[in-house]
Design a protein around this ligand. Structure first.
Ligand SMILES: [Zn+2]
Length: 248
């Protein structure tokens, strides 16, 4: 399994695209979240209209799903015929067509490819094209579902937005946790801190922690200091750059 960090920024970072990862399992390519600045990252990475098999949307905040219309319309423009799956929560599934029509009225009716929306539910396992997927709520201002991906060899989690629930066992013993973090040591409501995430991965025996979604001022002004602070930790911690890859 390979993960490409397409975007690692918070919602309103002037330098970094929104938090989004491309998961390449060897069988399928799954995009995790598609905020308003993500389509350009995907097109820079690959111009293959059939690159993606599925897209996961963690929650209904614009920096996690507002890139979808542009991404999907370009796929149609370039002649995509291949089926596409979108995994999302119930409310998003119900509002999806309305949302697409609000942005590009009538375009979806012309698509030559089918979009299948599958509902993700907390606590339910989803078997999807050789992957086992699991979902758990986080503490966030919108209802957000973290996703856990198991390909039979490795397991990783992506939090979407929000800190893990207290006493969560969801992330335990995984190979990689991509955790949304915002400030260094202050737990802003609805977000993890670097210190909080670090303690969490140590307690949960996680092999590697990837910090994404750092506050734009912190990331712009204090990245070197931050990297220095995390380098001698018991758990491997990375602060990935856009297009950086993580291979299992
Ligand atoms: Zn959010």
């Amino acid at each position: 399994m390979k993960i490409i960090f397409l975007g690692v920024g918070e919602a309103f970072d002037e330098n970094l695209p929104n938090n989004s990862q491309l998961v390449m399992s060897g069988k399928i390519n799954l995009l995790l979240d598609c905020g308003f600045t993500v389509p350009q990252q995907i097109w820079k990475y690959s111009q293959d209209k059939n690159l993606l098999d599925a897209i996961y949307i963690s929650h209904q905040h614009g920096d996690h799903f507002c890139g979808l219309p542009a991404l999907l319309v370009r796929m149609w423009e370039e002649g995509r015929k291949k089926y596409l799956t979108i995994i999302c929560q119930k409310n998003f599934k119900e509002k999806f067509k309305e949302f697409m029509d609000f942005v590009y009225f009538g375009f979806m009716d012309k698509f030559d490819y089918k979009i299948n929306l599958i509902e993700a539910r907390e606590g339910e396992k989803m078997e999807f094209q050789g992957l086992n997927l699991f979902f758990e709520k986080t503490n966030h201002s919108a209802e957000n579902l973290a996703i856990k991906v198991n390909d039979g060899k490795n397991i990783f989690c992506y939090s979407g937005d929000g800190s893990p629930k207290e006493k969560s066992e969801f992330y335990k013993n995984t190979d990689l946790a991509i955790l949304e973090t915002y400030l260094y040591d202050v737990n802003k409501i609805g977000h993890s801190s670097v210190i909080g995430a670090t303690k969490f991965v140590q307690k949960n025996n996680i092999k590697c922690l990837a910090l994404t979604h750092l506050n734009r001022d912190l990331r712009r002004n204090e990245l070197t200091v931050l990297k220095d602070k995390i380098k001698n930790n018991k758990v491997k911690i990375i602060i990935p750059e856009p297009f950086e890859e993580y291979n299992f």
